[in-house]
Design a protein around this ligand. Structure first.
Ligand SMILES: [Cu+2]
Length: 308
């Protein structure tokens, strides 16, 4: 999983990367020139007769050069800004991302009418295709940032934002919330999974399906505990009675790589820790620690893990 602005995998991050290197080398040259001039003037001991005239010429020359350099930097930075904000394709796949304290709710607008796809903290996209992102927040300001892919874009309550990106290299790229948004801001990561178009289509179709029914005794017991316990007050599992919208949709939770916005890898042990005492793992998160009966834990784990 990569998290590095200087390793761009798409046109937007590519332009930002170019701008960064231009700024770096220009500033490097200016710094070197100023240091040399300073060194030179410190080394000189006496004044010469024509010093005044060459001083005026030197200052005038440096001022003109400074203005030219700043104008060049302004031009490349404005053109980078224009380049990364234009929308290339009105038919681009559109994904709505809702920033929540402290996780990411993800909705896919289906290109053809079909079941809505809702997931959390993991965004799959097809390689080489433009993707439009609709960024929304209903609580506080968050900022969506996957440095390999694009610059930061804020999610502002009452002010939906749109941006677009494209990923040209298959892979998994980490993203984070880049705007302080409360106690668990540092545990608000997400993953962008870029895969070939065909694989992406399969993923989308599968995610649109309702949850698979429990099979084993444990899974059945877990399902009953889930829909009769406190979990249904916050979570949805499409295809069951659980339909609340206050927390991550768990319909295909078993297929996700992480728990609680990149806080823990999605393994049985970590999942047990999370459902037994979420506040221990992510203090302040909006999932309370519930007094689950010890006998409820194994079935709940079996059921949640089966939700592929
Ligand atoms: Cu945030």
């Amino acid at each position: 999983v990569s998290f590095l602005a200087l390793s761009p995998v798409g046109p937007q991050a590519g332009r930002i990367n170019n701008l960064w290197w231009i700024l770096f080398w220009v500033c490097m040259a200016v710094f070197t020139a100023v240091s040399l001039a300073l060194f030179y003037s410190l080394m000189r001991r006496e004044r010469r007769a024509d010093d005044d005239r060459s001083l005026v010429r030197g200052v005038a020359g440096a001022s003109i050069l400074t203005t030219v350099i700043l104008l060049v930097l302004l031009t490349v930075s404005v053109s980078t800004g224009n380049g990364i904000h234009s929308v290339p394709d009105p038919n681009a796949l559109t994904i709505q991302v809702i920033g929540r304290q402290w996780w990411w709710e993800v909705h896919y607008r289906h290109p053809v009418p079909g079941p809505e796809v809702v997931t959390a903290n993991e965004i799959h996209v097809p390689v080489g295709k433009p993707v439009q992102l609709d960024l929304v927040s209903n609580d506080v300001i968050h900022s969506f940032w996957a440095p390999n892919i694009h610059g930061k874009k804020d999610l502002i309550p009452g002010h939906p934002n749109t941006t677009w990106f494209q990923v040209d290299r298959p892979g998994e790229y980490r993203g984070v919330c880049a705007e302080f948004c409360g106690v668990q801001h540092a545990h608000m990561a997400f993953l962008i999974v870029a895969e070939p178009e065909e694989k992406f289509r399969q993923w989308l179709e599968w995610q649109g399906k309702p949850a698979i029914a429990p099979v084993t005794e444990d899974q059945k017991k877990g399902h009953d505990l889930f829909v009769s316990g406190p979990c249904v007050m916050c979570h949805s599992i499409r295809g069951t009675e659980a339909g609340a919208q206050a927390a991550p949709d768990l319909t295909h939770f078993g297929s996700r790589r992480s728990i609680a916005a990149g806080t823990l890898p999605n393994t049985k042990g970590h999942l047990a820790g999370w459902i037994v005492d979420a506040q221990q793992v992510k203090p302040g998160a909006n999932m309370p620690t519930m007094n689950l009966a010890p006998s409820a834990i194994e079935p709940l784990l079996a059921y949640l893990e089966s939700l592929r």
